[in-house]
Design a protein around this ligand. Structure first.
Ligand code: PLP
Length: 387
């Protein structure tokens, strides 16, 4: 078989400094983990509320698994939906203030299912130019025309919508907290622009769910957006909620459309009840323990200030995702490697995940990181800066 081309491609990846490889983790999630046999302090996970290893989630999942098993055995339209998943969807709709919600196996698939039912050939999807790969892949799968607008710039969106008026349907999509930049979108202004042009508006709250808003429902809640401003939101159970899965929160009609037409929903196995039970335990903690998100945001704010004072370029934002700009790939990799040698895991984020010339360290905090652990990171980074 003619497979030499694979070596050529992999050689090119190595030459460009973009080689990636998987590491083996042999401990529970937490600020300190054992990776490839080494105990390290990590600032790499999306476990913002430190729930991934919370025993309350594990016990809820264990109890559900003991009575209901670990699989769901088929697509939900074929075999039906377990009551625990239906109850989770009811709770998610309540949490997000929408008529309905639908859970999918991952947030990635939630974006695929939602965008592909809202837009198709002959339509246009307007996406912030820094949108996550799952949104861009969803647009590609939808066969709609992709139109990008300047990051977090309502005027740029307005201009694009004015330019590109001749489409059957138009959908505006953005993230509320950007996954690699950690900044928040001006959702209220973007919603107003979308509304003025008669466009649909979808927000991916993957990194904001559980973190922002008075009840932890996200940036939309914080900025006072209601169901009238949004066609749908996407969330994930896999980051602050500590488990695995994604969801769409929307009107009954939009959810019915996904159930009937959303191929990434229809043609895959539903999540098992154990996963739903863990997510419901997480939602209960989000409701009962607001101090987790309050502490998280306070620590994020002080770390940003410390890094800036130490001379690092840290873009604006309030979230626990804190990029430290390195510029070229080599510098980002060297910084990440230098930290690794000191027993600290902070990933270097490189193209194609971020645009060329904007390689960076991506620090992500959890509410479980102690003051001393954060201090250790700042000190080690300062040593590398001086080196
Ligand atoms: C903005 C955004 N949307 C969606 C996803 C996908 O979520 P999941 O990890 O649940 O598939 C991610 C995950 O990295 C993300 O950053």
């Amino acid at each position: 078989m003619a497979l030499e081309w694979i070596d050529d491609v992999l050689g090119e990846v190595r030459r460009d400094g973009l080689w990636r490889q998987l590491r083996t983790v042999e401990s529970a999630p937490g600020p300190e983990i054992v990776v490839d046999g080494r105990r390290v302090l990590q600032f790499a996970s999306n476990d913002y509320l430190s729930l991934a290893a919370d025993l309350r989630l594990a016990e809820a999942a264990g109890a559900a698994a003991a009575t209901s098993g670990v699989g769901s055995s088929a697509s939900r339209l074929i075999v039906g939906t377990h009551g625990a998943v239906t109850e989770l969807e009811r709770q998610l709709a309540d949490f997000k203030g929408t008529e309905a919600a639908l859970v999918l196996p991952t947030g990635y698939m939630a974006n695929l299912a939602l965008v592909t039912v809202l837009a198709g050939r002959g339509d246009a999807v307007f996406a912030d130019r820094l949108c996550h790969a799952s949104i861009l892949d969803a647009i590609a799968l939808s066969r709609a025309r992709l139109v990008t607008w300047k990051h977090n710039d309502p005027e740029s969106l307005d201009a694009r919508l004015r330019d590109k008026a001749g489409y059957r349907r138009r959908l505006v999509v953005t993230e509320s907290v950007f996954s690699m930049d950690g900044d928040e979108a001006p959702l209220a202004e973007l919603a107003a622009v979308a509304r003025a042009h008669g466009a649909m508006f979808v927000v991916d709250e993957a990194h904001a769910t559980g973190v922002f808003g008075p009840t932890g429902a996200g940036v939309g809640e914080e900025q006072g957006l209601g169901p009238g401003d949004l066609t749908a939101t996407v969330g994930t159970l896999s980051k602050a909620l500590g488990g695995l899965g994604g969801f769409i929160a929307a009107s009954r009609a939009v959810i019915d459309l996904v159930v009937n037409r959303g191929r990434p929903f229809v043609y895959t196995t539903g999540i098992p009840p154990a996963q739903a039970a863990a997510a419901m335990a997480a939602l209960e903690i989000v409701r009962q323990e607001p101090e987790r998100r309050e502490r998280l945001l306070a620590v994020a704010c002080s770390l940003r200030e410390r890094l800036r004072a130490a001379g690092w370029t840290v873009p604006a934002g309030r979230s626990p995702i804190i990029p430290v700009m390195a510029g070229d790939v080599e510098r980002a990799v060297a910084l990440s490697g230098g930290l690794w040698e000191q027993g600290i895991l902070v990933p270097a984020i490189r193209p194609p995940t971020v645009p060329r010339g904007t390689s960076r360290l991506r620090i992500s905090l959890t509410c479980g990181h102690t003051k001393e652990q954060v201090e250790r990171l700042v000190e080690r980074l300062s040593e590398l800066r001086g080196a």
